[in-house]
Design a protein around this ligand. Structure first.
Ligand SMILES: C=C(O[C@@H]1C=C(C(=O)O)C=C[C@H]1O)C(=O)O
Length: 112
């Protein structure tokens, strides 16, 4: 369970507003164009981690659901699902979609 997933500490590609690359080229956000490759590496790493965590979350949720149902319980626990939706409220409508997708993944192939 305790593997290394590397990447951070983040490269100082962030917070470079106002700086330029060797050619003095910046994008409109003030990020040197040279930093884009570095930032893309971070995005690729983040996506790998997010996918790993989403898969693990689905696995844990399906285990809980199967265990509860085998014991005669319900497939869904509404108040827990409300808590999950609330956690993603910060992100607005897209956060709701993410939370709904996570909950659907937790129900497994039969829950969709
Ligand atoms: C995982 C559980 O079972 C279901 C799945 C949930 C989830 O994926 O977060 C939350 C509530 C339940 O509907 C649980 O009860 O904790």
């Amino acid at each position: 369970m305790s593997e290394e997933h590397d990447m951070p500490p983040t490269t100082s590609a962030n917070d470079t507003t106002g700086t330029t690359d060797a050619a003095g080229t910046e994008d409109t956000a003030g990020t040197p164009v040279d930093d884009i490759a570095e930032l893309r590496k971070e995005i690729d790493w983040l996506d790998t981690e997010i996918l790993r965590l989403v898969k693990r979350r689905a696995e844990v949720s399906q285990t809980i659901g199967a265990t509860r149902m085998a014991a005669g319980g319900t497939r869904i626990v509404v108040n827990r699902e409300m808590d999950v939706l609330a956690r993603y409220r910060d992100l607005g409508p897209e956060g709701r979609k993410i939370a709904m997708a996570l909950l659907a993944l937790g129900r497994g192939p039969l829950g969709r």
